[in-house]
Design a protein around this ligand. Structure first.
Ligand code: F6R
Length: 244
């Protein structure tokens, strides 16, 4: 695990964007499968990638993208759906084909079957070349809350109370936050060939310390990343404050 402690989110965004640029360049003509996270943490990196696309010609034309997760019950067109979020904050502003940006269907009548089918679609695409991750204050990655099996696959999960409270800022109230999600599992995420995780702020300090230095345990799901051979962690000083 390579840890970068950066001055601020903008500097961190450049480090994350460099990992994207390197992965895109390595794939060349064959194209890249990107794994995308939503939430606030990757937004500065997405802004930097949009800038590099517009000003430096960084192209995503041959890329496909799979989202980490989606709220159960929110249709693609819903303002708070992750389907909508990723387009608004990233993919509508670059040259990726919109049909190549895939997320679990939160409105599926059969979420359990949808989860299994999503996992299959990821495998059929050849797996993820680069997965970007945020981290929850409770150590979740995607919506793998504490207690998630380290080998878990894409499935229907219940959101922790702390996650509902953390995400209430996007909704009118905590009561409006969906309580279930479709989420890639920890085992699914670990199959990505390269991973970059980014976090800022003191609210993430405990989770970041566990991620890097804690014992591998379902209690802190992000500790599963210690088993992966190619993980870059980009954090500001506040998020790094509890590292030894
Ligand atoms: C989002 C996701 C979540 C977030 C995490 C941090 O697709 O899977 O794990 O990355 O909740 O959220 P922010 O970045 O908003 O603090």
């Amino acid at each position: 695990m390579e840890i970068h402690i950066v001055e601020n989110a903008e500097t961190g965004a450049k480090v994350v964007a460099d990992v994207f640029a390197r992965t895109l360049a390595e794939a060349g003509e064959s194209g890249t499968v990107l794994g995308l996270a939503t939430g606030s943490s990757p937004v500065p990196a997405y802004a930097e990638l949009i800038r590099r696309h517009r000003e430096e010609g960084l192209s995503f034309a041959r890329s496909r993208a799979f989202l980490l997760d989606e709220y159960v019950g929110l249709p693609a067109g819903h303002e708070q759906s992750y389907h909508h979020f990723i387009r608004e904050n990233f993919t509508a502003h670059i040259d990726i084909d919109d049909a190549a940006v895939v997320s679990p269907d939160g409105a599926s009548a059969d979420p359990v079957a949808e989860a299994a089918s999503y996992d299959r679609r990821l495998r059929d695409a050849g797996g993820v070349d680069l997965q970007i991750l945020g981290i929850g204050s409770n150590g979740h990655i995607a919506f793998n809350e504490p207690g998630s099996s380290l080998g878990s696959r894409t499935r229907v999960v219940g959101l922790a109370r702390s996650t509902i409270e953390d995400n209430a800022r996007y909704f009118a109230s905590a009561d409006d936050v969906p309580v279930r999600a479709l989420s890639q599992g920890l085992g699914t995420i670990l199959e990505a060939r390269r991973i970059v995780l980014t976090a800022t702020g003191q609210g993430k300090a405990d989770a970041v310390a566990q991620l890097a230095e804690g014992a591998i345990s379902a209690r802190w799901p992000a500790t599963a990343l210690q088993m992966h051979p190619d993980v870059t962690v980009v954090v500001d000083e506040a998020a790094a404050a509890k590292l030894e």
